[in-house]
Design a protein around this ligand. Structure first.
Ligand code: PEP
Length: 256
């Protein structure tokens, strides 16, 4: 991480877990910790149904609430979907776009991810854009090209001013929920490539201001080494974020 230019972020992704009623105690247990966390900001991304409870519980707590998905259109006949305007109106600050689980299970394309990201920005939400390669691509040694393409497609139409609001999460698919974490060097190499790609499109100043997170089996045991790398500015945490103590232990590694 490089605190001179960008924020260190710890973003929790609860995925489809817990109940709305769990938000109050969970967020209350972060209150004191988050208030004293000088060097990292905390974000909690919960299912849609949990958002009102999470936002209420987070009043006066230094934890920003995020959604895990959004629709790319502003309104219309999209049964079951939720727009960015609706999320922003609730008080949501961040939204995950392009998570690999949605790309794989819901068939989300790079074009759709791009639309969602643009929609989020236009409503004042900060998108957490997920990119990352599957195992066969990593084994073929093609992960850097793969991520470059995903990144460029997702950021189509994003100007330099808006880029400031984008957070990028490198999440190798083979590391998500598997217990097989990327090495700090692997995470940093892709982080560096993401920053180089941003630099080539937006220039050095804009590129160095973007927080690039690593996600994939981050735990209290491996967090410190990962976050010590120059192009790893924190983490997107799935399984380990369901327990407040483990989330705090991971945040500790980012808060040094
Ligand atoms: C995720 O869902 O974004 C994630 C990184 O999950 P996990 O930490 O469980 O691998």
């Amino acid at each position: 991480m490089n605190r001179r230019y960008r924020k260190t972020l710890i973003a929790a992704n609860w995925k489809m877990n817990r109940l709305p009623g769990d938000c109050r105690d969970f967020i209350a247990s972060l209150r004191e910790y988050a208030a004293g966390a000088r060097w990292c900001d905390m974000i909690l991304c919960v299912p849609y149904t949990h958002l009102p409870a999470a936002i209420k519980a987070a009043k006066g707590v230094k934890v920003a609430i995020g959604a895990q998905n959004c629709h790319g259109e502003a309104a219309g006949a999209y049964t079951g979907e939720v727009s960015c305007r609706m999320l922003a109106d609730l008080g949501v600050k961040y939204v995950i776009v392009g998570h690999s689980e949605r790309r794989a299970m819901c068939g989300e394309t790079d074009e759709q991810v791009n639309k969602k990201l643009l929609a989020a920005l236009s409503c004042g939400l900060r998108p957490i854009l997920c990119v990352g390669e599957p195992l066969n691509v990593r084994e073929a040694g093609a992960e850097l090209d793969y991520v470059r393409v995903q990144l460029k497609m997702a950021l189509k139409g994003v100007d330099e001013r808006s880029l400031r609001h984008v957070v990028i999460a490198y999440e190798p698919i083979w590391a998500i929920g598997t217990g097989r974490v990327a090495t700090p060097e692997q995470a940093d190499r892709v982080g560096e490539t993401i920053r180089e790609t941003l630099r080539s499109v937006y220039g050095a100043r804009a590129a160095r201001g973007v927080s690039i997170l690593y996600g994939g089996s981050v735990s209290p045991e491996n967090a410190q080494q990962l976050f010590s790398m120059p192009d790893v500015d924190g983490g997107l945490i799935g399984g380990a974020s369901l327990d407040a103590d483990s989330l705090k232990a991971i945040a500790d590694a980012a808060n040094q």
